[in-house]
Design a protein around this ligand. Structure first.
Ligand code: KG4
Ligand code: ZN
Length: 342
């Protein structure tokens, strides 16, 4: 069986053709980084318009690379939640139009669940039941996942997502967008102990939540003091790398600490980690050390499946094989569906 998966939740226009053996026949990702760079974050209206321009060429290229015709497909899958409203609509409308014209079944994909499923695809073995940690530009959350169709929310950020904090701190440091890769590069030569930034909730064993907004403000105050404008040109190179390293360590400590608590609380033996921030080397190293120390299995999505892509939409096979398809009434749902089944 072959499935065409479409992903337009944020600022990547992506499509992939995947088989039910989780073989990737093609994967195309058209990034919009250059369009959003000067705003240091994703501008929803620009993202939606760019998706509209790119969706058809991306679909054509995906099918061409897979050497596959639309009529060869068994189903069309689309990420319908969560994400930016205008962005989601482009993918959902494209998928519904294809299904209507071809008479093919439509399968809905929850983007966050798909980030975890990236681990299943990469491992080529069953990773469920597991705890799922999703760390991206829009989300930082923990799920208990008994099966690929059953994700129970355990906790998550109450304000900024980890990736969002990386992007905003990069701006304070005069680094490029997206901030994650730039901050982690600057941190390579920095001292992670120079600035004692807060680690919200880390020692609260009741909560599996995160908060990165105060950490972001603490970084700003340590650089410029309260109430002063951002002026990266006034910073010295060692200050930039030390702040980057200290900030990165604070984020990593929070993510790793809560991942450990979630593993203890659920008693699961497998942790799966996905989302753009999972590309962070220091986070990966600390998670590996934690898994060794606690004796659980760890799967972190490979770099090409960390940031947004459509390959992870292969999670749709789990629903499709169980006979669960959607009507053409399927709508885009921007907010987090909680508690979530899909
Ligand atoms: O998963 P993703 O592509 O999009 C969302 O679903 O949000 O994640 C993008 C986020 C951005 O905030 C980016 O700064 C962050 O992932 N990111 C990183 C790294 N690479 C990307 N954050 C920390 N370290 C990295 N190496
Ligand atoms: Zn994502």
């Amino acid at each position: 069986m072959k499935l065409l998966a479409i992903e337009t939740t944020c600022d990547e226009t992506a499509a992939a053709v995947v088989t039910d053996q989780l073989e990737v026949l093609s994967s195309v990702v058209a990034s919009q980084e250059k369009l959003h760079e000067r705003f240091h974050g994703v501008v929803p209206e620009i993202a939606a318009r760019a998706h509209l321009e790119r969706i058809l060429p991306v679909l054509e290229e995906t099918l061409r690379r897979a050497n596959c015709k639309l009529t060869d497909l068994d189903a069309i899958a689309v990420a319908y939640t969560p994400g930016l409203a205008g962005s989601l609509l482009v993918g959902v409308c494209a998928a519904k139009a294809l299904c209507l014209s071809l008479g093919k079944p439509l399968v809905a994909v929850n983007h966050l669940h798909a980030h975890i499923y990236a681990c299943r695809i990469a491992e080529k073995r069953d990773v469920f039941p597991c705890v799922g940690l999703i760390v991206s530009g829009g989300h930082s959350s923990l799920y208990d996942c008994p099966s690929p169709g059953d994700f129970e929310y355990l906790g998550g950020t109450i304000d900024d997502a980890a990736g969002e904090a990386f992007d905003k701190v990069a701006n304070m440091l005069g680094l490029t967008y997206p901030g994650g890769p730039a901050v982690s590069k600057a941190a390579l030569t920095g001292d992670p102990t120079r600035y004692a930034y807060p680690r919200p909730f880390l020692h609260d064993r009741e909560k599996l939540d995160f908060s990165f907004s105060g950490l972001k403000t603490a970084v700003r105050y340590s650089l410029y003091g309260a109430g002063n404008p951002i002026a990266p040109e006034s910073l010295e190179a060692t200050q930039v790398s030390d702040v980057a390293a200290s900030f990165q360590q604070a984020v990593v400590d929070c993510l790793v600490g809560k991942a450990e608590l979630a593993m203890q609380r659920t008693g699961r033996e497998q942790l799966c980690v996905g989302g753009g921030v999972a590309a962070n080397r220091v986070l990966r190293d600390h998670l590996e050390a934690l898994a060794q120390r606690c004796g659980f299995r760890l799967s972190i999505a490979p770099f090409e499946l960390c940031t947004d892509n459509a390959v992870m939409g292969a999670i749709a096979f789990e629903r499709f094989k169980a006979g669960k398809t959607e009507s053409l009434e399927l709508d885009a749902i921007p907010g987090l569906v909680r508690p979530t089944i899909l």
